[in-house]
Design a protein around this ligand. Structure first.
Ligand code: TRP
Ligand code: SF4
Length: 331
């Protein structure tokens, strides 16, 4: 029995944090047990908004691979590859761009949003408009059945399906229509209670050492009304409590809650318990990271293997595409 194929990707824009883990990676790690998985380090996609600023791109690519593998992606089970090392994706992107109506791209909600939000970046470019088309090429070249994504990516998935349908209609059945699979997410705010995000500087990075984690948790803001340990606290306005819900055994979360409300646990102690639970949760990741970083050659090897595997598949799809389009392809 052949397994269904999964394809997904992330842009290598810097270190990953626990928000990325609970928003996406945790799902990927589970899915690799059941599906034939292709995970793309989408560096061309990163360029669509950061084309002026490529100084850290190489390092970011290595770092995201290290983040993924330490988080539990297993290169024996999943194919991990670098998008830009598979030129066939660019070919498919070009061919698809011949028949994707401009209006489909222009009315994509993420396009309109980002144009508003990233005004200072001058992303009124051809490449950025084509972002969902490039993503469709990523997905279709691997004939993905299922694409695990966050909610923000649903418009791109819908477009990929439309692009597949249009290609199939014009040139004959070639691409399966990829199904979106919404990531199961655990709600974890940032250290300051806002959304966890690099731009707010409120993250716990997957690469943070146990001591960095302890220090970050120590400085978390708690219920601001609480001054003395015996003041009754309100766990519902405290990010530490939200964190406990993710990292602490359920029965014990109830105790902490009662003790907070009753003024019988101090914030210092409450945070200490939390920090140790986070450290414990992340220990296997941290160990894998340390081991991996001892051997940079191994990281490159993993990426090479994955990219070779992904490329072989992409080449097959492209032969079929050229054939369906009735083009003359010389070797
Ligand atoms: N656009 C996606 C994001 O920003 C990343 C991505 C690139 C992707 N290629 C993909 C996701 C293919 C799913 C499938 O999150
Ligand atoms: Fe937050 Fe814990 Fe302090 Fe209550 S005791 S306010 S949950 S840190």
């Amino acid at each position: 029995m052949t397994r269904k194929r999964i394809m997904s990707g992330m842009r290598p824009t810097g270190f990953l944090h626990l928000g990325n883990y609970f928003g996406a990676l945790e799902n990927w790690v589970k899915l690799q047990e059941e599906y034939d998985c292709y995970f793309s380090i989408a560096d061309w996609h990163a360029l669509t908004t950061s084309y002026e600023d490529t100084g850290e791109l190489k390092e970011n690519i290595i770092n995201i691979a290290v983040d993924w593998i330490s988080a539990g992606l297993d290169p024996e089970k999943s194919t991990i590859f670098i998008q830009s090392s598979i030129k066939e994706i660019a070919e498919l992107h070009l061919l698809l761009s011949m028949n994707v109506p401009l209006s489909w791209l222009e009315r994509c909600p993420t396009y309109k949003d980002q144009m508003q939000q990233l005004k200072e970046k001058n992303i009124a470019t051809y490449g950025f408009l084509g972002y969902p088309n490039l993503q469709a090429a990523d997905i279709l070249i691997h004939k993905a059945d299922v694409v695990p994504v966050g909610e923000d990516q649903l418009p791109h998935l819908e477009l990929a399906r439309e692009i597949a349908r249009r290609f199939n209609y014009i040139y004959g059945e070639t691409f399966p229509e990829p199904q979106a699979k919404l990531n199961q997410i655990k709600m974890l705010p940032g250290l300051d209670g806002r959304k966890m995000s690099k731009s707010y500087d409120n993250t716990i990075a997957l690469s943070d050492s146990p001591d960095v984690i302890r220090e970050k948790v120590r400085t978390m803001i708690t219920d601001p009304q609480r001054i003395k340990k015996t003041d009754p606290g309100n766990p519902d306005v405290c990010a530490v409590h939200d964190f406990h819900k993710v990292f602490t055994e359920e029965a014990h979360v109830g105790n902490i809650r009662e003790d907070c409300i009753g003024g019988t646990i101090g914030c210092v102690q409450c945070k200490k318990q939390l920090a140790e639970n986070i450290v414990k949760f992340m220990a296997p990741m941290y160990e894998r990271r340390i081991k991996l970083l001892e051997d940079r050659g191994r990281i490159i090897e993993i990426l090479k293997d994955g990219t070779d595997r992904a490329r072989r598949f992409a080449k097959e799809t492209m032969s079929e595409v050229y054939d369906k389009m009735n083009m003359l392809e010389l070797e």
